[in-house]
Design a protein around this ligand. Structure first.
Ligand SMILES: Cc1cc2nc3c(=O)[nH]c(=O)nc-3n(C[C@H](O)[C@H](O)[C@H](O)COP(=O)(O)O)c2cc1C
Length: 512
């Protein structure tokens, strides 16, 4: 293979002559440019440079083999410039360091802190907020913005968790709670806890092991992972990371304008033993993510990333249709049911009328969700609408024990939140950001630690509420008189705002 100098690669950075370095090899992408599923602009932006890091965050390795023909590889760089090695090292204080070593041009080894060099020990993480506090400091600011952003003025994002503060308990006493069973079933799969990790795209932005780490952590904890369509690892890699062959996994599905492509994804899901197909229905276009809107930065928000994945057409909202079909409607459900036996669940239901329609159209369930407050600002919090959804389904004659399951996500940060959602009728709850933050800070171990914290909190709530098993959790155990009252003053949360946020890293903390 021809050896090519970096200087030479740098000269090929124009539309009619464009080269890129990926994993030490040089590719001539001039002919591929118009066909790139992510559009031309990102390749033009990175033309003549080493794009390995940007590529690696949002593609699985097999993409190269699938999309680039062998004659596009025209050589390798000399010396091999960009071997990125991820070293997980334990030092004396039992802290985990995640470091990338990049062999530089001059052949000097230059350790570059990838996300963290020194962080508090994992044992110091005592709740979901602690992880966010550390993640905020160690993640690249672009990645943190992408994870933490909500839409508009973040009203819905904040309300998602705040609404749980308006539900109070009616504890039961004198019940033998020496043994508590938290296990339940979700879509027929036995789980140790009524909690799953929801789909969040591009998990490699959090950690190099991305969705594979989530697969292992959820497997070890006996809970379910919902795999995103826009994963940074391939479906085969993620299902291949199961800790045993029976480990249940679900797939979140963005329905493409190219229905053949959607059908292929579903077939692949069937082949890989996926047990639930969660069709996202709250994202006909990308919501206005407020946190960072610098269009030049491709990781600024999902819209920005979408630009990489779909095509360049100016604003994020008119790019998305190329990938997610905005014409998706109730008539399509019959088509999904005709092509797969995997149970179909709609993710992103936001009012009781649609819950009833989902049931009438033969879906196996719904997720009350507003995409973690990343879509329509002022959409209600899912927990607020849960009681009316359950009432409507019962009123219409839906058999909630047999035919239809209601899940909920958004703002779940405490074991007590899980209890409240279950009391109001949810079969299980999903978490998005907490898992991302834990993954960013401590990888797979961090996610397991997070799940253990939530498990302990939930178990404690069950005991203090006088409930021995999931079926004992009833609607009359919560007081929801204030739930609909959005104007109730929420006292400032000093604990999370001032105490947890002040967790300081040990030693110097550098950010890329
Ligand atoms: C960074 C990020 C990426 C997400 N990506 C997707 C996605 O690709 N598909 C999807 O249906 N939902 C996606 N979601 C929404 C989550 O599945 C889930 O509904 C939401 O995060 C739950 O709220 P929480 O983060 O407050 O727990 C994403 C959320 C975040 C924070």
């Amino acid at each position: 293979m021809r050896t090519i100098q970096l200087k030479e690669v740098a000269q090929h950075n124009k539309k009619d002559d464009i080269w890129l370095i990926l994993y030490g090899k040089v590719y001539d992408l001039t002919d591929f440019l118009p066909e790139h599923p992510g559009g031309e602009s990102i390749i033009l932006q990175l033309g003549g440079t080493d794009a390995t890091e940007e590529f690696d965050l949002i593609h699985s390795l097999d993409i190269i083999g699938r999309f680039l023909s062998s004659d596009m590889c025209i050589g390798q760089v000399e010396p091999v410039k960009t071997t990125v090695e991820y070293n997980n090292m334990e030092n004396n204080s039992n802290q985990k360091q995640l470091t990338a070593i990049i062999t530089s041009d001059s052949n000097k080894e230059k350790p570059i802190p990838l996300t963290l060099d020194t962080i508090p020990s994992i044992e110091e993480m005592q709740n979901t907020f602690d992880f966010q506090s550390v993640a905020k400091q160690v993640l690249k600011s672009t990645a943190y913005s992408y994870f933490s952003s909500g839409s508009g003025d973040n009203m819905t994002m904040r309300e998602n968790h705040n609404a749980y503060h308006r539900i109070w308990f009616r504890p039961q006493i004198m019940v033998d709670v020496s043994k508590v069973d938290m296990s339940t079933e979700m879509l027929g799969a036995k789980v140790s806890l009524p909690l799953y990790i929801s789909a969040t795209s591009f998990c490699k932005m959090a950690h190099p092991e991305g969705e594979k780490a989530l697969a292992r952590a959820t497997g070890n904890q006996g809970i379910i992972q919902m795999i995103p369509t826009l994963a940074s690892c391939s479906l085969g890699e993620i299902t291949g990371a199961r800790i045993h062959s029976k480990q249940p996994q679900w797939l979140q599905l963005y329905v493409s304008t190219d229905r053949k492509m959607t059908q292929r994804i579903i077939q692949q899901a069937e082949k890989n033993g996926i047990q639930g197909l969660f069709i996202t229905v709250d994202r006909a276009i990308v919501g206005p993510r407020g946190r960072s809107r610098n269009d030049k930065d491709m990781f600024n928000d999902e819209g920005g990333i979408q630009k990489v994945l779909s095509n360049e057409r100016g604003t994020t909202s008119n790019i998305l249709p190329l990938f997610v079909d905005p014409s998706l409607n109730w008539n399509d459900i019959a088509w999904f049911k005709s092509i797969t036996k995997i149970p179909i669940i709609l993710k992103g239901v936001q009012r009781w009328e649609d819950a009833v329609l989902a049931w009438r159209h033969g879906c196996a369930g719904i997720v009350l969700s507003n995409h973690g407050g990343r879509q329509l600002d002022f959409a209600p919090s899912p927990i607020e609408i849960l009681p009316e959804v359950m009432d409507a389904l019962k009123r219409e004659g839906c058999n909630l024990k047999k035919d239809f399951e209601v899940y909920i996500d958004g703002g779940i940060r405490r074991g007590s939140d899980i209890f409240k959602a279950l009391a109001l009728g949810a079969k299980g709850v999903g978490i998005g950001r907490p898992a991302l933050y834990a993954l960013s800070c401590y990888g797979e171990k961090g996610v397991e630690h997070l799940l253990n914290l939530l498990r302990n909190e939930f178990e404690m709530t069950m005991r203090l509420m006088g409930t021995k098993s999931i079926k004992d959790i009833e609607p009359d155990m919560v007081d929801i008189r204030n739930l609909k009252d959005h104007f109730v003053a929420n006292p400032t949360d000093h604990l999370s705002k001032y105490t947890y946020e002040r967790l300081k890293p040990r030693g110097n903390l550098s950010r890329l």
